[in-house]
Design a protein around this ligand. Structure first.
Ligand code: KDG
Ligand code: MG
Length: 412
């Protein structure tokens, strides 16, 4: 099982995706996701210029050794570009190993620890009636856990509110950036933390009154608060019994979470911009979070994420793997196989890719009654249709950013 072809394929059906495709001398093909939203071509260059030449002639069966070689051998460690590139190699090698063994990857990771993966969807709206409709639409699609994002009076546009996008089709399932907003420059949105903090508890109170105490509800703060504001938010949401509050402060400032913890028992989820187990060391050891939010795609792949989750398990911390549509179906499949196998699975984010994306990436996972399952095809269970991918060349697209009323750039 010698790697004799390494191709980097960029396609943009609904948004940009970067896929590494490895072929062995005995004809086994493995694919891995290397998509880094808004910075895709940096990973393409890293893979093409610095990784692919090293893979040719290597033994495809030595997954751990390859991981260590790419991580330690480069001298420069960590960071989203490096870790997405390593993740793609790691996923592709697990895919190859599964196909060679005739087993789905979750079987190679120890087998299933559960029958399916509880998944949450994204409901949103500018005002309550829209939010209620969006929650109901998600329930009709089978979601049993729901993230709720809301407009804020006085603010024109906030990331994560589907109905604000001019180009959305079905507002119930489409995100404000699915399909991605293309353009040479990111769009600017506005923000006011005090207005948000005043408004958000009223929304969760209304949602609880309408949908009752059982429905697991989640909310994403998108890194927008200071530690004190985050503590206030977590406290004010406590009566509504959230499944989690995500990214309540910018994640770089880890000790900030101590203040939030001292004030509130609202469960916290952090980590979609973290890339390694070392980024999590303090917040896991001090038990400052309850859920690990990283994507397998941005955290060095299945091998490294497994280590991170085993470390988290010592502290009763569970997974809440990042699953937005900018993680490709290959990255989603990797998350599903790992989530099925580990004991400390918590919940899986599931945003649902568009039809064009599903034509490019043929998938075998199943979804029903609130649960995902990666399927039982050998490997990851995803096939990249290269002809279909070729129909959609790369298009520049960015996440939006926001400014305060006085023009200051703000975290989001
Ligand atoms: O690329 C960034 C997006 O995936 C991210 O903003 C989505 O916050 C997000 C989430 O929770 O899915
Ligand atoms: Mg998030």
């Amino acid at each position: 099982m010698i790697i004799d072809k390494a191709e980097v394929i960029v396609t943009s059906p609904d948004r940009n995706f970067v896929t590494l495709r490895l072929t062995t001398d005995d004809g086994v093909v493995g694919i891995g996701d290397a998509t880094l939203n808004g910075r895709e071509l940096a990973v393409v260059a890293y893979l093409k210029e610095h990784v692919a030449p090293l893979l040719l002639g290597a033994d495809a069966s030595r997954i751990e050794d390859m991981w260590q070689f790419l991580y330690r051998g480069a001298y420069w460690r960590r960071g989203p570009v490096t870790m997405a590139a390593i993740a793609a190699v790691d996923m592709a090698l697990w895919d190859i190993k599964g196909k060679a063994a005739g087993m789905p990857v979750y079987q190679l990771l120890g087998g299933a620890s559960r029958d399916g993966l509880m998944a949450y969807g994204h409901a949103s709206g500018k005002e309550l009636p829209e939010i209620f409709d969006s929650i109901r639409a998600h329930q009709e699609k089978g979601f049993k856990s729901i993230r709720v994002q809301t407009g804020v009076p006085g603010l024109k546009a906030i990331y994560g509110i589907a109905s604000q996008a001019a180009d959305t089709g079905d507002a119930s399932v489409r995100y404000d950036h699915e399909p991605a907003r293309r353009g040479a420059k990111p769009t600017q949105e506005d923000w006011d933390t005090r207005a948000y903090l005043r408004h958000i508890p009223t929304v969760f109170e209304a949602v609880r009154n309408e949908f009752g105490p059982e429905l697991p509800l989640l909310h994403d703060g998108h890194h927008r608060m200071t530690p004190l504001q985050a503590a206030k938010l977590a406290t004010s949401l406590e009566p509504y019994d959230l499944f989690w509050l995500e990214d309540c402060t910018p994640a770089e400032n880890q000790e900030a979470l101590r203040l939030v913890r001292q004030h509130s028992t609202t469960p916290l989820a952090i980590g979609e911009i973290f890339n390694t187990v070392w980024d999590y060391k303090q917040i896991i050891q001090e038990q400052l979070i309850d859920y690990v939010r990283s994507a397998v795609t941005h955290t060095g792949g299945i091998s490294h994420m497994k280590k991170l989750m085993d470390f988290a398990a010592l502290y009763q911390i569970k997974s809440g793997f990042h699953g937005p549509t900018d993680v490709s179906p290959v990255g989603m499949a990797a998350a599903m196989h790992l989530g099925l196998a580990i004991h400390n699975f918590g919940i899986q984010e599931y945003m649902q890719h568009g039809e064009r994306t599903n034509q490019v990436f043929r998938q075998t996972f199943t979804w029903g009654d609130g649960y995902l399952h990666p399927g039982d095809e050998p490997g990851l269970g995803v096939t990249l249709d290269v002809d279909e991918a070729g129909k959609y060349p790369y298009e520049q697209a960015y996440l939006p950013f926001n400014r305060l009323a006085d023009g200051t750039v703000h975290d989001w």
